[in-house]
Design a protein around this ligand. Structure first.
Ligand code: FE2
Length: 289
């Protein structure tokens, strides 16, 4: 079974600071080369992205689709060994219940240790990436953790507020106007926490904290953990409603509060706009107008 270690003070630091964890996924047969090849062979459509990038620069304009296919996992993995590739196999727990049991055990042990925390929509994904590959500066919408399994990588994590995370940028991410790109400046690195990940280490970080990653000179395998809580959902709804107000109506939002009457109006707007598709139509109309 899974061995998963969390800090003794996790209840004090959860969602406020970076939370280091330990795990033994590297010893789990579900993450062997053969198991990963089988996973892709049986679920080629679970491979959400096979991207390539310029490994010498930190510029999201250099992130692009590789044009490679997941149809032949062996040749894909050998391309990853020699190329500049980043392969994202998403929500593997939805394909094979054994992976879902792992992410459920991980999140159960965190929920048990953090009073009031009740996570749902838990997903585990697998990242396989080339020596020296990069993931450029970005922020993820759900709660996130990264469990490192093979190779070495360095991650820079930045505070989840201005100027590192600009509200206007992040609203575009949440309303799906852009992918996860947000603006980066090298001066932000002064505020970054830099962590070298080796097999058996991992970390969770506070909601939406921007980050970027540079692989060491080794093939990398990691697992990503995504989750939601009532609080992450409220932040999503407020950011989404603020994004609609700003992008469709040109109104600069004044609040990110997740409580009170303003929150509930925004939650209703976000729900209606997403349910009906009105949100994306309003944004498109404003862009075209
Ligand atoms: Fe990320």
């Amino acid at each position: 079974m899974l061995s998963f270690g969390i800090p003794d003070n996790i209840s004090e630091i959860w969602d406020k600071e970076i939370v280091p964890v330990t795990h033994d996924l590297g010893n789990n047969p579900l993450f062997s080369d053969d198991a990963l090849a089988d996973l892709v062979r049986h679920n080629p459509d679970a491979v959400r992205e096979i991207a390539t990038m310029d490994v010498s620069t930190e510029d999201s304009a250099h992130w692009r689709d590789s044009g490679l296919s997941a149809a032949d996992p062996q040749s894909l993995f050998s391309a990853v060994r020699s190329g500049a590739l980043w392969v994202n196999i998403g929500h593997v727990g939805g394909r094979d219940i054994r992976y879902q049991r792992l992410v459920d055990a991980i999140m159960d042990s965190i929920d048990d240790a953090v009073p009031g925390q009740a996570s749902f929509n838990r997903q585990i994904g697998i990242l396989i990436s080339s020596p020296r590959a990069r993931v450029y500066y970005h922020a993820d919408v759900p709660g996130q953790g990264l469990l490192h399994i093979r190779g070495e990588k360095r991650i820079w994590l930045y505070p989840g507020h201005e100027p590192y995370l600009k509200q206007e940028d992040f609203e575009r991410v949440v309303t799906a106007v852009t992918a996860e790109e947000i603006s980066y400046d090298p001066s932000y690195d002064e505020a970054a926490t830099v962590i070298d990940l080796t097999p058996g280490n991992g970390l969770f970080w506070p909601l939406n904290w921007p980050h970027r990653v540079v692989n060491g000179d080794s093939l990398n395998v990691s697992a990503t953990v995504e989750y939601h809580t009532r609080r992450t959902r409220r932040h999503f709804a407020v950011t989404y409603a603020n994004g609609i107000m700003r992008q469709a109506f040109g109104v600069a939002p004044r609040s990110n509060a997740i409580h009170g009457p303003a929150y509930w109006s925004k939650a209703a707007i976000a729900y209606a706009c997403r349910k009906t598709g009105l949100g994306s139509r309003l944004i498109r109309a404003a862009q075209n107008g």
